[in-house]
Ligand binder design. Structure first.
Ligand code: MG
Length: 331
């Protein structure tokens, strides 16, 4: 296969990059015995751990655009999606696998920067790229990432554990990622949306440490990461738990974006996706700190009997919040 670098050369290069960046402590929860270079990776899970596996596409034109996203952002976001899913279970990521198809006319410098974004996030979370596949694509960059993690046996935080009366919390701020997409869509060709003004979109920080703390302290009854958009993700929890919810729209923490920075519209924080925050519920008697793992935690409503999600605001009666999914980058 003649992708930018011939497949063999690219794999050799990646293998060097990965082994030179190994660093950090080995997780006591599981170890990679054999990584890139054999027919399979060999993973050793510690006793008493359950295996977590998540897989996510990153497709050019759907999840990113090469004219909008710098290559290191594409690599970072590709992995962040998977790490965020592990975080939402309260797990610890161990190994990453990437299948990548590249158009033959893609510059090698793009590929290098893609991997530099992806690998620097692996170092930050002490995980290793342990295998994958590379092929030529007929059109566009197509990535599929698999992240493997572990969680103590039976302790994964599911979507299905919410009970009526539980309080609903969200980490960080919502809507920043969608606001960046709207901004880029409105831009004329060739003008730039500055990465640093919309960091949450270009370099989202998966809340892995927060997820682990929430699981360890047994504060949470259900959890999900906000990848599709708050309204859709809360609907997933309600559906899986067989409950409803009531939200106070004035409590929703809205992201600040742009320069000078300003709060995003409520609609972005309610429906915009790809913020990769954690949305979770906890019994009302439990006290949740306003900050955990360096991240702001906000109570925004409570779980109710029955079904449907209702939003209250200062102005009037509650109205039903219908999940409106995440629009991707297709216009
Ligand atoms: Mg998820």
């Amino acid at each position: 296969v003649v992708v930018p670098l011939p497949e063999k050369a690219l794999i050799a290069k990646l293998r060097r990059l990965v082994s030179s960046s190994r660093g950090g402590k080995r997780s006591p929860l599981g170890a990679i015995l054999t990584g890139i270079g054999d027919d399979c990776a060999v993973l050793n899970l510690a006793k008493g751990q359950d295996l977590l596996v998540t897989t996510d596409f990153s497709l050019e034109g759907i999840h990113f655009r090469r004219d909008w996203h710098p290559p290191d952002s594409v690599g970072h976001r590709c992995l962040a999606r998977g790490l965020s899913d592990i975080a939402a279970m309260g797990g610890t990521p161990i190994a990453v696998f990437l299948s990548l198809a590249l158009p033959h006319d893609l510059e090698q410098s793009w590929v290098n920067r893609f991997f530099s974004g992806l690998l620097s996030l692996t170092r930050k979370h002490n995980v290793r790229l342990a295998g994958g596949d590379i092929a030529e694509s007929l059109k566009g960059v197509l990535g599929d990432i698999v992240v493997v993690g572990s969680v103590p046996h039976g302790k994964a935080v599911l979507r299905s554990g919410s009970n009526p009366g539980d309080k609903i919390y969200v980490s960080g701020e919502l809507g920043g990622s969608a606001a960046a997409v709207r901004k880029m869509r409105a831009q004329k060709r060739g003008t730039k949306v500055h990465v640093r003004d919309y960091a949450r979109h270009f370099f989202p920080e998966p809340r892995v440490e927060l997820g682990q703390i929430l699981r360890e302290t047994r504060l949470t009854t259900a959890m999900i990461d906000t990848s599709d958009g708050f309204s859709t993700d809360l609907a997933h929890i309600c559906e899986e738990s067989g409950v409803g919810a009531e939200i106070d729209s004035s409590l929703i923490p809205r992201a600040r974006v742009g320069k000078p920075s300003r709060e995003v519209d409520l609609d972005f924080s309610l429906h915009g996706g790809e913020d990769y925050e954690l949305l979770f519920t906890a019994p009302s008697a439990k006290r949740i700190p306003g900050r955990l793992a360096g991240v702001r935690i906000t109570q925004i409503g409570r779980i109710t009997r029955g079904h449907g999600i209702f939003v209250r605001n200062a102005k009037g009666p509650a109205s039903e919040l219908h999940p409106r999914g995440w629009e991707h980058f297709r216009s």
